[in-house]
Design a binder for this molecule. Structure first.
Ligand code: KIV
Length: 272
């Protein structure tokens, strides 16, 4: 009989209950291996549609298909056993109607077995958030800079830099909380606005380029590891993984060219 203890996974209601208790730690993850490394240290992992840019070389997140999100969602679920896994709904998979959103969110939940989905938009998505949560799908909202609206926003622009923009953004935050979202990502917005929203809503705010006073923080893992060629101003590189990879590959190439690899300890001899 197996004596392995089952690891219980963190749930969306547990994340919601962390408001005002202890900062929520999160990162994006796209594959099983990095998800497994991050799992003991984070509360949730987001399979963000940023994977289109980070892993697949697109200029924006707009081309990312639902099937790709599901494939990466499955990989992250196989790697992480403890953290809540949230999978992004990609552009075009939820905006049309609450019914279309439900159909696609249900596919994500059934096929990946993740614990929640995330979608972008404030007031305009409130009805959909309500529809999904009423039908058993926990939703993380995402307001401020919403990369799927890049063509309307006119670029990856910080939001709320002037106070006249604040009221609409605050209405977005209140609308998604009122609709039943269990938390809300605040992306690239003026820090005093993020502080104000964090006080205004009863659900945890998860900042990315927002404020240290948010209820939690998220970063794109490759950005904070020092693996991305360009990062926004708000990213701190906690590692230099890109440089380490480059050094290792240079050494390997040198050793292959000088026939020092494979050395005898890396080769197999005959047994007789
Ligand atoms: O897609 C993503 O990685 C995200 C985070 C930046 C919050 O939405």
């Amino acid at each position: 009989m197996s004596v392995q203890k089952a690891v219980r996974r963190i749930t969306a209601p547990e994340i919601a209950a962390r408001k005002g208790v202890e900062p929520i730690v999160s990162l994006t993850a796209y594959h099983a291996h990095t998800a497994a490394i991050a799992d003991p240290f984070v509360d949730f992992l987001l399979v963000g549609d940023s994977l289109g840019m980070v892993m697949h070389g697109y200029e924006t997140t707009l081309p990312v298909p639902l099937d790709l999100m599901i494939m990466h969602g499955k990989a992250v679920m196989r790697g992480a056993k403890r953290a809540l896994v949230v999978v992004d709904m990609p552009f075009g998979s939820y905006e049309e109607s609450p019914q279309v959103a439900f159909r696609n969110a249900a596919r994500i939940i059934k096929e990946t077995e993740c614990g929640a989905v995330k979608l972008e938009g404030g007031q305009r998505m409130a009805e959909t958030i309500h529809y999904l949560t009423e039908r058993g799908i926990p939703v993380m909202a995402h307001i401020g800079l919403t990369p799927q609206s890049i063509n309307v926003l006119g670029g990856f622009k910080t939001q709320g830099r002037t106070r006249d923009q604040w009221q609409l953004i605050e209405e977005d935050a209140r609308a998604v909380a009122g609709a039943g979202a269990f938390s809300v990502v605040l992306e690239a917005m003026a820090s005093p606005l993020a502080d104000r929203l964090t006080k205004a809503v009863p659900i945890p705010t998860i900042g990315i380029g927002a404020s240290a006073n948010c209820d939690g923080q998220i970063l794109v893992m490759e950005d904070m590891l020092g693996l991305s060629p360009r990062v926004p101003k708000f990213v701190r590189e906690f590692g230099k993984v890109g440089k380490a990879i480059e050094r290792a590959i240079k050494l390997y190439a040198q050793d292959v060219r000088s026939r020092e690899f494979p050395a005898p300890e890396h080769t197999y001899d005959v047994k007789d």
